[in-house]
Design a protein around this ligand. Structure first.
Ligand SMILES: O=C(CO)[C@@H](O)[C@H](O)COP(=O)(O)O
Ligand SMILES: [Fe+2]
Length: 251
């Protein structure tokens, strides 16, 4: 069974002066999840927000009543030390902690205060996120081969396997960039091997690019500027969903 369509507007394109209001509005306009982009100025050349802001937004959006449910906070961690912030983001209300493969071998400190020289690994980090009570996602930058994922997805320990893979279709760091169709073969390969995996695409998605991404097999669609910049965001959310559902009907 193909996984259901999930539309996750990126709040990087919301009005930061009324973030709580924009977040609850996009959910009432039909969004399933909120895609919360966390940037640290190191892993990517941009800065966004940390746990206190995420906790404030949480106060405006009901927690999901089931795993992957409406209101899921899908936190896209574009940060150099992903292990350090797992507990803080859990406390702030994050439901799905999606770290970058490229940052997953960083030193293994477990809190902002702690220091550690130990290295971690993607599988250890996934298990750690699961043990903290969140879903775990793993993201790939455009330059990273999809081949790095097979060993992780095939782990014998189910706690070491990700609940979602995120294929970046732009260089991470900024909203409003041009969609890179060159990343879609990664999605196709993942979908061929894993018919039930949640595969998220992020960057440059909107009415003009959704069919390519849906045809490749993506089911979790992030869209920032296309949703928040639309005259009628609910229409764009419905259009994105329809493209994924149409593709699912073909399976
Ligand atoms: O992670 C990122 C950028 O690094 C994204 O989530 C963008 O914020 C998506 O924005 P659009 O390309 O849809 O405007
Ligand atoms: Fe993102």
């Amino acid at each position: 069974m193909a996984p259901k369509a999930i539309i996750a507007p990126s709040i990087l394109s919301a009005d930061f002066a009324s973030l709580g209001h924009d977040c609850s509005k996009t959910i009432s306009q039909g969004a399933d999840w909120l895609h919360v982009d966390i940037m640290d100025g190191h892993f990517v050349p941009n800065l966004t927000w940390g746990p206190p802001i995420v906790a404030k937004i949480r106060g405006h959006v009901d927690k999901p009543t089931e795993a992957y449910g409406k209101g899921t906070f899908d936190c896209h961690m574009m940060i150099a030390e992903p292990k350090k912030w797992v507990k803080e983001f859990k406390k702030a209300g994050c439901d799905l902690y999606c770290f970058h493969y490229e940052a997953a071998f960083s030193t293994a400190a477990e809190s902002p205060e702690a220091k550690s020289d130990e290295k971690t690994s993607p599988k250890e980090l996934i298990k750690y996120i699961h043990n903290q009570g969140m879903l775990a996602g793993i993201a790939l930058k455009p330059a990273t081969s999809v081949d790095v994922l097979w060993e992780i997805l095939e782990s014998e320990d189910p706690k070491e396997r990700p609940d979602m893979v995120l294929i970046m279709t732009v260089e991470p760091g900024f909203g409003g960039q041009k969609f890179m169709a060159s990343e879609l073969p990664k999605v196709q390969e993942l979908r061929k091997r894993y018919p039930e995996l949640n595969i998220e695409v992020d960057g440059g998605l909107g009415p003009a690019t959704i069919d390519q991404a849906a045809d490749a097999g993506a089911n979790v669609i992030v869209a920032g500027s296309a949703v928040f910049g639309a005259q009628d965001p609910s229409e764009v959310i419905a259009l994105l969903r329809e493209a994924v559902e149409k593709r699912n009907g073909k399976l």
